[in-house]
Design a protein around this ligand. Structure first.
Ligand code: ZN
Length: 271
């Protein structure tokens, strides 16, 4: 005898499927499971995830996550994958078709799983680091400082260049490179977003090749600007224009406080 299951679309990502239980029946045969909905109801992804999570994790070779996530969390991870493979508003799907689609786009499917894994686990276990970093793509960006620390802790430094390339591909701001971790993640307050270390003005000057830039800058300055510079005792560096008297709107501007040697160079230029 066939059983037919009806689903109602979930309202939010963390809504459980309990609201649908009164009208549920399902249709199963030996090869496929087809899920139907009435004309007024669409699929509930959470309910599908609840029924299919085992098969989908197996298809993606993601059974390792069972060690670290309870059944409800595994279902949430699978629901995140399904959201990308079941078009909005569809009223029925076939399990074998969806699994086939997921299997053909395996790398994307795993990246969606990792998006959820990172949401669920504040500190992913070392065993999952390779999986997360190899497949996480742009979903890793907000977690890169944490993942960097975990790689260091687990002595998995070989994964750091992958994090670095993802960071540089997805971070729009042109931060200066940090001399400690190598990521372009040094903020104008001279702290690194990724490794958390700070540098001083002396190191900043070395990073940007200040001596040469400053010579060229002084050549460009008018007398009035040189006097203003002496008065202010500060210049700004940004990656587009080099040294400037004032911060450039819309750019990252690194303030550089001039030392006595810099000030005497200005005085020499004025004399
Ligand atoms: Zn750093």
């Amino acid at each position: 005898m066939s059983r037919r299951r009806y689903y109602r679309r979930r309202k939010t990502s963390n809504t459980s499927s309990t609201s649908t239980s009164t009208s549920l029946t399902s249709y199963t045969n030996t090869t496929t499971t087809t899920t139907y909905a009435t004309t007024t109801k669409t699929l509930n992804i959470d309910s599908l995830a609840k029924s299919w999570f085992d098969d989908i994790l197996k298809t993606l070779d993601l059974e390792v996550i069972k060690k670290y996530f309870n059944e409800r969390e595994q279902q949430e991870i699978v629901a995140t994958i399904l959201e990308h493979f079941i078009p909005e508003g569809v009223r029925y799907v076939r399990k074998d078709q969806i699994i086939d689609r997921i299997s053909r786009a395996r790398e994307y499917a795993i990246s969606y799983a990792i998006q959820k894994i990172l949401e669920l686990k504040d500190e992913p276990p070392p065993e999952l680091l390779e999986l997360i970093i190899y497949y996480g793509r742009q979903y890793l960006v907000p977690y890169i400082p944490k993942l960097y620390q975990l790689c260091k802790k687990a002595q998995k430094d070989d994964l750091i260049p992958i994090l670095q390339s993802i960071w540089e591909m997805h971070i729009v701001q042109q931060y200066l490179p940090c001399p400690y971790c190598g990521f372009k993640a040094l903020t104008p307050s001279l702290e690194c977003i990724v490794c958390g270390k700070s540098i001083d003005d002396k190191i900043l000057k070395e990073i940007i090749g200040f001596d040469l830039l400053f010579s060229e800058f002084l050549e460009r300055c008018s007398e009035a600007e040189l006097k203003a510079l002496l008065d202010l005792g500060i210049v700004f560096f940004n990656s587009k224009e080099g040294l400037t008297l004032k911060p450039v709107p819309g750019d990252l501007n690194y303030p550089i406080y001039l030392d006595s040697k810099d000030m005497s160079r200005i005085r020499k230029k004025l004399s």
